[in-house]
Design a protein around this ligand. Sequence first.
Ligand SMILES: [Zn+2]
Length: 106
Amino acid sequence: MIENEIKNSQKKTCIKCGETKPKEEFNRNNSKDGRRSDCKVCSRKANKLYREANKEKLAQYNREYRVNNLEAAAERQRRYYQMHKDDPVFKEKQRLKRLKLKRNKS
Ligand SMILES: [Zn+2]
């Protein structure tokens, strides 16, 4: 019964700032009433604080992600090259690419 009342009520009180706001002001999640218990303003603030507190960690994570991706891309390229190095069309393409690079340098 109480669950139904919660579901049907169009307003919700934020547990962080204590303000009662329309449900649209709360982000969706998997809770009983389908909304977070803190409002969008508060969760945005919390996110910002989290990002600031973990700036180093997040930056480090991004760096590692980029490096890993670069390695994977290089590996793909190496494999592609191994597979196509005897293909005349591929050879011609590589030759044109090298010519272009040379032209760009000078
Ligand atoms: Zn709030």
